[in-house]
Design a protein around this ligand. Structure first.
Ligand SMILES: Cc1cc2nc3c(=O)[nH]c(=O)nc-3n(C[C@H](O)[C@H](O)[C@H](O)COP(=O)(O)OP(=O)(O)OC[C@H]3O[C@@H](n4cnc5c(N)ncnc54)[C@H](O)[C@@H]3O)c2cc1C
Length: 414
């Protein structure tokens, strides 16, 4: 039998592939439900609130293999953005999705023409994978492309900084181009049950008797240098042929008893309810980045998927920088958001302030080639999830799939 520790997206995918191959497994999860960092909470009123703003890109190839997109339902953001906060809101759309958007963009004045041309070149670079940039930060790459300060303030920090959970843009340029490729070739989706719908769907493919919630693994059990099982919080031991550790990096280091995890990037979101939508269309709103404001980006997510709120209500998701002194101030944030549309702050009713201290590990240039913090793995142990790969939904699904395939292959060889 194989033990999979952690029912985040990586562990769930690993378990799904094992189940499909008829390989016996036991999935152990400390929390009371699946999903890890991808869960949604339903309020008593019927609002669905994700734990941090995130999206599923429909161009993710591994996600297309493992998720039933039709079953997830939901809606898609427009491929572009609404620029707010300096005069009237204006939109800019990716011409690949709507060719006439190229002409609109020229007349909109949102970004100067040279920056629009640079964006097109960057998109080509991302799609063709024609550049070796692994040792550059995202900021360094954008500066090398010739973008000026205004582009950083208007677009790069709110949009790319939001995607990477790093408005300083110190994340690896290679990872950034990977994300950009998926954005250029696809659309960002919000499932009908919120992002937690991904985990619910993956869990639905698993035999119930093989999945154990509220079951924390305290330690790995070794026999002659080889991992032979796990010890649970209640002291019980479970033996296994292999253990797949699909937990976050700090937990992986803890279970292995070695290595220091990378520092984490956190995020935070204010949710507001409104009786009317202050704009129409499935747009992500980008305010100019300013130290005076905690707001990074915002959206009426019910413009994307109406089922995220009870009938007649609209749901705002406003991502803020968690370390900003005004981050937790819902009134301040509501004031800023409504000012973009010349509306009163009273139109937004605070629902919840959700903090995510550990969203993704820091992914500095060259992180892809860094040695694992825990060194060589003992026999009988595999690691999956963003402790071992890039922190994206597609990458963690791929790592869960790869771990399961190794287990299946080793079973055939033995
Ligand atoms: C707010 C936010 C926004 C994001 N935005 C995007 C985005 O837009 N697009 C994108 O592609 N990616 C995004 N990501 C990244 C992506 O969601 C993560 O990289 C991915 O979900 C990590 O999955 P995982 O399975 O590796 O880890 P986790 O989700 O952390 O799962 C690990 C699981 O292991 C369990 N566990 C830990 N220790 C133990 C133990 N000792 N015993 C038993 N169980 C244990 C945990 O409870 C957890 O359920 C975002 C992440 C966050 C948090």
């Amino acid at each position: 039998m194989t033990i999979v520790v952690g029912a985040g997206l990586a562990g769930l995918t690993c378990a799904k592939v094992l189940a499909q191959a008829g390989k016996p497994f036991c999935l152990l999860e400390a929390a009371s439900r699946p999903g890890g960092r991808v869960v949604s909470d339903r309020t008593q009123e019927g609002f669905i609130l994700d734990r941090g703003f995130q999206v599923l890109l429909d161009s993710y190839p591994v996600a297309r293999r493992h998720l039933d997109f039709q079953g997830l339902g939901g809606g898609r953001f427009r491929a572009g953005a609404m620029f707010v906060g300096r005069g009237m809101p204006r939109t800019l759309e990716n011409p690949r999705h709507r060719p006439s958007a190229a002409l609109d963009a020229l007349g909109s004045g949102v970004l100067p023409l040279p920056d629009q041309l640079r964006m097109m070149l960057l998109a080509v670079m991302a799609v063709t994978g024609s550049s070796r940039v692994n040792d550059l930060s995202t900021e360094a790459l954008l500066r090398r492309c010739g973008f000026g300060e205004d582009f950083f303030v208007r677009f790069a920090r709110p949009f790319f900084g939001g995607v990477l959970l790093d408005p300083g843009l110190q994340t690896s340029a290679g990872l950034f181009l990977n994300y950009l490729r998926r954005f250029v070739t696809g659309r960002a989706l919000l499932p009908a049950l919120g992002m937690g719908g991904l985990a619910e769907q993956l869990a639905s493919y698993l035999p119930r008797e093989s999945v154990h919630f509220e079951t924390r693994v305290e330690a790995l059990v070794f026999r002659e240098e080889r991992v032979s099982g796990v010890r649970l919080a209640d002291g019980r031991e479970i033996q296994a042929q292999e253990v797949v550790c699909a937990v976050d990096e700090p937990s992986t280091c803890r279970l292995l008893g070695r290595g220091s995890p990378r520092s984490a990037r956190g995020t935070a979101v204010h949710y507001f309810a409104a009786d009317r939508a202050l704009y129409s269309g499935a747009w992500l709103c980008l305010p100019p980045r300013s130290d005076a404001s905690p707001v990074l980006h915002a959206a009426i997510v019910t413009n994307v998927e109406p089922a995220l709120a009870p009938a007649g209500s609209h749901l705002w998701s406003v991502t803020v920088l968690p370390e900003h002194p005004k981050a937790a101030d819902a009134e301040f944030v509501a004031c800023e958001v409504t000012s973009w549309f010349q509306a009163g702050a009273g139109e937004l009713r605070p629902l919840s302030y959700v903090q995510v201290p550990y969203a993704v590990p820091e992914q500095l240039p060259g992180f892809e080639r860094r040695p694992a913090p825990w060194g060589a793995l003992p026999d009988g142990l595999l690691v999956a999830g963003d402790a071992a790969c890039g922190a994206s939904i597609d990458a963690v699904l791929a790592s869960g799939e790869a771990a399961a395939k190794k287990v299946i292959l080793s079973g055939r060889l033995n």
